[in-house]
Design a protein around this ligand. Sequence first.
Ligand code: SF4
Ligand code: SF4
Length: 178
Amino acid sequence: MSRDAEQPPFWKAKSLAQMTDSEWESVCDGCGRCCLNKLEDEDTGKIYFTDVACRLFDSEACRCHDYANRSAQVPDCVRLDVENVGSLNWLPSTCGYRLLTEGKDLYWWHPLVSGDPDSVHVAGISCRGRISASEADVPDEELQDHIVNWPNRIPKAARFKPNAVAKVKAAKMKAPAK
Ligand code: SF4
Ligand code: SF4
């Protein structure tokens, strides 16, 4: 086994604070869940996700229309950094930054693990196909009608690694019709 093969990947070997800019950016799995509008219960502090996206979110591409200039375009867009990432209670439980901050590993669908930027979509983790509206079209008082649970959940299919899913599908195809 080569020396390189023995090295853990950078997200296991380094803390978030030790990462280069490009490593830091690559911790984002591209799910888009953080770009959803959220509501906070003033009494309990509980965060509720909606399926209404930021006006700068491209729901087809599942990415920010203008990531480089996002702060100028959307002043309340929160830039994640080493200082704030541990205190943002609205980051979804599947977020790469949140997972690493909590000492957990990245899931199989993370592009850094899978090597495939589409895996976050294939796993059903991303927002692609799940946005009902842009915030530009939904008045604040109607946001509560858009509350959804999926942005903090892991779909059943995503709990298995792809080869396990493939085996399950193959087994179903072989099962005799009833
Ligand atoms: S929730 Fe986290 S992993 Fe998903 S898009 Fe936002 S920053 Fe990236
Ligand atoms: S400005 Fe871009 S990165 Fe920020 S919340 Fe909106 S879509 Fe997401």
